[in-house]
Design a protein around this ligand. Structure first.
Ligand code: ADP
Ligand code: ASP
Ligand code: MG
Length: 428
């Protein structure tokens, strides 16, 4: 089956670009997603329950997608690594990781359902597979390929609030899969598309999307509106406020995203509205919108003589994703992001055995300027090079495209690089 994010429309026989299911007449459906910090303890889960109940009282059908509590997923991963450390391979098998990690979201879905029922409302929780989230069989980093939310629709029909465990699905082999780190966002947007929801609200510890990570760049600017293309580029390059696969679903289906803070949601609270085409996004201006960083990436350098088809075969065999590949007579280079590679130790060993001449440089991070028209003239790239050079930050690789300028730098330089680039490109 094609690896695209289809939905109910595709089931009905259309092989074309998936679009949101038409909203059914009746009550509007709202999908809300609450991240780990929003459900970190039972107190916070109670506050989320109040918020959910208020949306129901306002006359909506409500579907809530939850992440695991706090840093639960990191804790479970650490346990798996500990259990695997006795063996020679030292990497836990991906299938078992998915069995383990998917339990985190099950805990929060049940607790939220209990908290809502304690407030006198009917609610029911479902796992990803019960919710009809069907994925490919790429464990730890699966892609949703179909959503069949029949049980959710039945329960909404009965007037219940439905709570769904984010970040997980079931493959066509009936195996439990997880959707890559941050994947509860993807669950929420894919469900919103399949249900024909009016909107998808993403609640986290920030009140929307900023021009840089506000934890790193204190004067980052709040962005009230964004189009999907820019946010998708930001997410692909490491801005974790909304995950990239979720934005891809929003772009394809036309579902509008509202990124908000769970903790600061009174009237007048700020939010970022993300649409396929934000007002002004069709203009042909050259503009930098945000600075984004991603830690834990590897630079692979291929010498002349290594063939591209050999390289791709090896990457395919090991299930490695890569980006920014360039290849020519004198050799090539590409970047491997490690966020969704839980078994890098083993993969690195196998890569070295398959392609002994490939050089792997670890301990790097990527910093990017994201915007529009960044290669329409040479000026943005010249400024990018100049800003990093002035701070004696020497990139190992520089990549330029219309939506993004990126540099691979030593991990230690990543925070100052973001602040300097923000001051030069966004804050002026
Ligand atoms: P959740 O657990 O609710 O899904 P995440 O931790 O995944 O939340 O995402 C929210 C975090 O994303 C923020 O705390 C912030 O530090 C980080 N972040 C990175 N880049 C940005 C950005 N450009 N705008 C807003 N937040 C950002
Ligand atoms: N709990 C998962 C993670 O930490 C998914 C998510 O939070 O969206 O990556
Ligand atoms: Mg997240």
């Amino acid at each position: 089956m094609a690896e695209q994010p289809p939905n109910r429309v595709q089931q009905e026989g259309s092989p074309c670009e998936p679009v949101a299911s038409p909203a059914k007449p009746g009550r509007p459906i709202i999908v809300q997603k609450y991240g780990g910090s929003s459900v970190a303890d039972v107190d916070r889960i109670g506050k989320v329950a109040e918020r959910v109940v208020a949306a129901k009282r306002a006359g909506n059908d409500v579907v809530v997608v939850v992440s695991a509590m706090g840093k639960t997923t990191d804790g479970l991963l650490a346990l798996a690594r500990q259990a695997a450390s006795a063996g020679a391979a030292a990497d836990p098998p991906r299938r078992e990781l998915d069995m383990l990690l998917s339990t985190g979201e099950r805990v929060s879905m049940a607790l939220l359902s209990i908290a809502i029922q304690a407030r006198g409302f009917e609610a029911i929780s479902f796992t990803g597979s019960q919710s009809g989230i069907l994925t490919n069989d790429r464990h730890f980093d699966a892609r949703i390929i179909e959503v069949r939310p029949f049980r959710i629709e039945d329960e909404l029909e009965r007037g219940r609030i439905v709570i769904v465990a984010g970040y997980q699905g079931m493959s066509y082999r009936r195996e439990i899969t997880t959707l890559g780190r941050g994947g509860s966002d993807t669950t929420a947007v894919a469900l919103a598309a399949a249900l024909g929801a009016e909107r998808c609200e993403i609640y986290s510890d920030v009140d929307g999307v900023y021009s840089a990570d506000p934890r790193v760049v204190p004067d980052a600017r709040h962005l009230p509106e964004l189009d999907c293309a820019v946010l998708q580029e930001m997410a692909e390059c490491g801005a974790k406020v909304v995950c990239a696969q979720a934005v891809e679903w929003a772009r394809r289906s036309g579902v509008a995203l509202y990124a908000r803070s769970t903790f600061d949601a009174g009237p007048g609270a700020r939010e970022t509205v993300v649409r396929r085409f934000a007002p002004g996004s069709a203009s042909s201006t050259i503009s930098a919108r945000a600075i984004v960083a991603e830690g834990n990436v590897v630079l692979a350098r291929a010498p002349g003589g290594l063939r591209l088809d050999e390289l791709l075969r090896a990457a395919g065999e090991l299930g490695l994703c890569f980006r920014d590949l360039s290849f020519g007579h004198g050799g090539g280079a590409f970047v491997i992001p490690l966020l969704n590679v839980p078994d890098w130790h083993g993969a690195r060993r196998k890569l070295a055995a398959l392609l002994p001449s490939l050089e792997l440089v670890e301990g790097l991070a990527a910093v990017s300027v994201v915007g529009d028209g960044l290669t329409a003239t040479a000026e943005p790239l010249a400024r990018f090079v100049e800003v990093l050079g002035r701070a004696a930050i020497a990139p190992r690789l520089t990549v330029a495209g219309p939506l993004r300028l990126s540099a691979l730098v030593d991990a230690a330089a990543i925070a100052p690089a973001q602040r300097l680039l923000h001051a030069s490109f966004v804050a002026t």
